[in-house]
Design a protein. Structure first.
Length: 167
């Protein structure tokens, strides 16, 4: 694979992260509900960290034709997990705006995981594989978070509408 293809993939990844950050910042800015606002603020911050890491890789590829990975293990992947509390789920109404955002964010994160995973599988460059696998793993934590929230909200709607017997 050539340097130009690697650069195009990095540019696609940066664009993907910018879109995620914009989505999460928009939700955070429009939220009156503190726990929901904090969750999306944390997610936006994580996407910003990804943009910074990918931007450094872009610069390194342009300059040296190689990746210059930071210590990926020091990044805090637990911040969003700590933010998911009963309070967040209590603040989100199953049929409201936040539930729609959760569904959209789940789809977005699925696409990000696939983008990074497919690149990690395709490359022969060990550093590039490590970078994209790290990003795929991180975005998988976001995807899992949104999937759990989406499941919870779906069950809430099912109970509210008596789609199954209630105990």
């Amino acid at each position: 694979m050539g340097k130009n293809e690697q650069i195009d993939i990095i540019k696609g990844a940066i664009l993907l992260e910018h879109r995620g950050r914009a989505l999460y910042e928009s939700v955070a800015a429009s939220q009156a509900k503190a726990a929901v606002r904090e969750l999306f603020r944390l997610l936006a911050g994580e996407e910003e960290q990804h943009i910074e890491i990918l931007s450094r890789q872009y610069a390194s590829l342009n300059k040296d034709g190689s990746f210059a990975l930071p210590d990926l293990e020091t990044a805090d992947q637990e911040a969003v997990d700590r933010a998911l509390t009963d309070k967040v789920l209590q603040e989100i109404t199953a049929a409201g705006y936040e539930a729609a955002v959760i569904s959209a964010a789940l789809d977005f994160e699925k696409k990000a995981v696939e983008y990074y995973s497919s690149r990690a599988r395709a490359t022969q460059d060990a550093d590039e594989r490590r970078l994209y696998q790290w990003l795929a793993d991180w975005e998988t934590t976001h995807m899992t978070l949104f999937a759990e929230m989406d499941d919870h909200l779906r069950e809430e709607v099912w109970y509210d509408n008596r789609f199954w017997p209630m105990d």
